[in-house]
Ligand binder design. Structure first.
Ligand code: SAM
Length: 357
């Protein structure tokens, strides 16, 4: 029954995109055995072909890319409050967005999930986002300019804190950054119907990229390799997602990786925003971080966890009733520990090779 219902709204969304001047050589459906939904090619595409086009008039421009998801949510709600007829026109898109409980990112992580991280500092990061979103909703955040609570600013919306946080989670994980005008440096976040149903893939596995065509006033999904009919269309959201803490906090998923990658928080001076430079290549012989001190630093992080990766694996195997988000959080800490162990072993090897040279 569920599949049937999903097909109905996805068909409706695609019809609406096409009627309004877009193109969609895709359908939306399940892409793995675990119920993940994504975008699937309805025909074969050659490298360079346009797979989806979304005209500017269907795009929802929010505000600066620098803003938090909660601030962008305020911007969307202001549009809704001021342009009710536009909001109605966009109904097929709003109907395509995930329901409560289907999306999770840092500002809505509940405490029982944060406990599963086994890391107070990381949990505190998520709480900061959550408290900011709550402060914005209640009008208690000092933002350098006057803004009341959501209820004061937009009394006609009558939105609960839970609904606000849910919408904010969607905006945090279903939006794209593009310049407003050709050649402009500053980036705006956009909600893009249909395009936002595409999943993330590492650069090696991605089949498409997204771009904005200012001349034709549209947003495009373009094939970067030949794509078979029935194949999933995926692009690289951003490179910080090579690290599992970024993918968990920003998008609520983790990736099995080989070799496992150190989380951003475990890099020297690392931060959750994620950076591409640094380990593992600086751990190679002669690298700036091929030091005993670095190996000790990583070992100290690993030693602080109350369970080892192997124990986490056993917990998941034995307690099959651990499902959904809790499973993802335990998988995350397991992958994080594996990545730490891998880096420690790698450093050990590099350092012992060096001492025998
Ligand atoms: C922009 S949406 C993509 C469409 C989404 N799968 C849907 O059905 O609505 C981003 C969300 O999709 C999921 N997602 C994206 N890429 C993923 C991946 N490689 N593995 C697992 N989940 C992924 C995450 O839940 C993420 O927050």
């Amino acid at each position: 029954m569920k599949t049937h219902k999903q097909l109905t709204w996805t068909d409706h969304l695609i019809d609406w995109v096409v009627v309004n001047g877009g193109t969609a050589g895709v359908r939306v459906g399940n892409v793995n055995g675990k119920g993940l939904r994504g975008v699937i090619a309805k025909k074969a595409f050659k490298e360079g072909d346009t797979i989806i086009s979304i005209p500017d008039r269907l795009a929802v421009g929010l505000a600066s890319h620098e803003y938090t998801a909660a601030e962008l949510t305020f911007a969307l709600l202001r549009l809704r409050s001021v342009h009710p007829e536009w909001w109605d026109f966009m109904t097929p898109y709003w109907d395509s967005l995930p329901r409560e409980g289907e999306v999770l990112r840092e500002q809505s992580f509940p405490e029982e999930l944060l406990d599963l991280l086994q890391d107070d500092a990381l949990a505190a990061e998520a709480r900061k986002e959550r408290e900011f979103a709550e402060g914005l909703y209640y009008g208690t955040v000092n933002r350098g300019y006057e803004q009341g609570s959501l209820a004061e600013e937009m009394p006609n919306l009558n939105m609960s804190l839970q609904e606000f946080k849910h919408l904010s989670s969607i905006i945090g994980s279903y939006t794209f950054a593009f310049p407003r005008k050709a050649g402009e440096k500053s980036m705006i976040r956009y909600m893009l119907p249909l395009m936002d149903k595409m999943n993330h893939a590492s650069p090696e596995a991605a089949t498409a990229y997204v771009r904005r065509d200012h001349t034709n006033a549209e947003f495009l999904v373009v094939a970067i390799k030949d794509i078979q009919m029935g194949e999933e269309v995926r692009f690289t959201y951003n490179l910080s997602l090579l690290r599992n803490d970024a993918s968990l906090f920003k998008y609520g998923f983790v990736q099995q990786q080989d070799p496992p990658r150190l989380c951003a928080v475990d890099l020297p001076g690392g931060y959750l925003g994620g950076i591409l430079e640094g380990p593992p290549w600086e751990y190679y012989a002669g690298g700036r971080l091929t030091t005993r001190a670095e190996q000790l630093r990583l070992s100290a992080i690993l030693a602080k966890f109350p369970t080892a990766a192997e124990e986490d694996e056993l917990i998941l195997q034995r307690q099959r009733e651990i499902t959904g988000w809790a499973r993802t959080f335990i998988e995350f800490r397991m992958l994080r520990k594996r990545a730490l162990q891998h880096a420690i072993d790698f450093l050990n090897q590099t350092l012992s090779n060096r001492s025998t040279e």
